[in-house]
Design a protein around this ligand. Structure first.
Ligand SMILES: Cc1cc2nc3c(=O)[nH]c(=O)nc-3n(C[C@H](O)[C@H](O)[C@H](O)COP(=O)(O)OP(=O)(O)OC[C@H]3O[C@@H](n4cnc5c(N)ncnc54)[C@H](O)[C@@H]3O)c2cc1C
Length: 183
């Protein structure tokens, strides 16, 4: 029997299981080709935990490559059309178009990963900045609190000085009164 090529479109839950099971079941002379546009496989049922904040994206994602059995040919590309059986003899232009599509997908994936890395770095930097801002705020708060304490002490001191002056006045008046009585 002539070797066949089995192409599976989409490496989601269904595609991965189909590719792995077919690889297990069919003779190795037949090729199993899995076409998946994304490099990472995200386990959709766990999106619920992502929404509630109980999981991080990295905890529910795995590289598609790690999930396929040896012998499954993984093609990371976006399928754009399916040719009819009678059109299967691809022309040079179609082969070029397919290659361009793969290059586009790889480029778009690289851009996405670069954006993700940049975003991650930005979040880290914001975090660092926030830490320093907190420290600055703490210093500011300490200086402010210190100034308030000094002002309060100065006010207290002023009040005590006034009270002392009033007492001295009273003492003077009492002494005066006593002198008059004794005279
Ligand atoms: C929040 C949530 C909770 C769920 N909970 C459960 C549950 O508890 N139990 C349960 O049984 N099911 C659950 N499901 C459903 C389950 O996840 C789906 O039924 C299952 O993922 C469908 O598998 P699939 O392979 O058909 O499609 P998908 O898993 O969606 O896979 C399709 C794949 O095809 C790829 N693809 C698409 N277009 C192209 C293209 N043009 N070229 C190349 N690749 C392409 C995609 O990137 C994707 O990887 C849940 C789904 C969600 C969203």
């Amino acid at each position: 029997m002539a070797a066949k090529m089995i192409v599976i479109l989409g490496g989601g839950v269904g595609g991965l299981v189909a590719a792995n099971e077919l690889r297990r079941l069919v003779h190795p002379e037949h090729r199993i080709v899995l076409i998946e546009k994304n490099r990472q496989h995200a386990f959709a049922p766990s999106f619920l935990w992502l929404m509630t904040g109980d999981r991080q994206p990295a905890q529910i994602s795995r590289p598609v490559r790690d999930l396929v059995r040896p012998g499954v040919e993984l093609m990371q590309a976006e399928a754009r059309s399916i040719a009819k059986a009678e059109d299967w003899s691809a022309t040079e232009a179609e082969i070029q178009q397919a290659a361009d599509a793969r290059a586009d997908a790889a480029l778009s994936d690289a851009r996405t990963r670069a954006d993700e890395l940049q975003q991650k770095r930005r979040v880290q930097m914001d975090g660092e900045l926030a830490k320093h801002q907190v420290q600055l705020n703490e210093i500011d708060a300490a200086v402010k609190a210190g100034k308030a304490e000094i002002t309060a002490m100065q006010q207290k001191q002023g009040k005590l000085t006034e009270e002392l002056a009033a007492l001295e006045q009273k003492l003077k008046a009492a002494k005066e009164a006593a002198r008059k009585v004794l005279a």
